[in-house]
Design a protein around this ligand. Sequence first.
Ligand SMILES: [Ca+2]
Length: 263
Amino acid sequence: MRFQGILVFVSIMALLVMSSCLTKGAKAQCVQDGLAAYWSFDADTIEGDTVKDVWGDHHGTIFGAPEIVGGKVGQAMKFDGEADYIEVPDSDEFKISGKAVSVEAWIKIEALPVNYSMILSKRGTEYMFAINSEGEPGCFFLGDNTVGAGKMNLSEGIWYHVVWIWDESSGQANVYVDGEEILDYVTGDKSPDSTDPVNIARDPGTADASKYHYNGIIDEMRFYSRVLNENEIRQNYLALGFSVKTTARKLAAVWGQIRSSQN
Ligand SMILES: [Ca+2]
């Protein structure tokens, strides 16, 4: 009985410490509102040729042999700019006509592209979030047929937090790097949605991989079904990446242990 009492006390103290950490670490959590997919690229989320979506069910298939390397948060994936890429099946959440989306990732460029390389794209032309040969992060939407290039030149070998935003209601496309806006332009019409898959690190519309595939590391990639505001972008820039869902599950387990120890 005495032992059980001590166990309950220790468990409650542990819970209080965890709760305190959660409160203090609240700013370290990424934004969850509108989150549709989250590929952390951590080693324990990669099984065989599958990259797990740690938030939803948009699991990707690996092509080529991208390396699992040290990332900005945990592990990340390194793509060779030739054969390596990830394909994620089409979903209503990836169809962007009439909608707003935000795509976010930490990237570390190994080699700048000859032309431009796609970080995430749909059909290669339907929409793409990319960097060009000057290291400028930009957007392209077929229909508009122009490329919006950000006023910043990313360098090789440096981690950058990049957020690409599209809002059809306003026609705005924006890009943020390390929490600062570097592109704000108004797009034209967008092409109709397709049922083609989403590609990470690859332009599926070209056979000339050396010009259009991404050579470098990608980490903590998230796809949101809405526009992230500046405060949220800043929060994600500072976030450690783990999800509240995972932590909440651990917290529930602790509660369960306390309850069972009292029975
Ligand atoms: Ca990671």
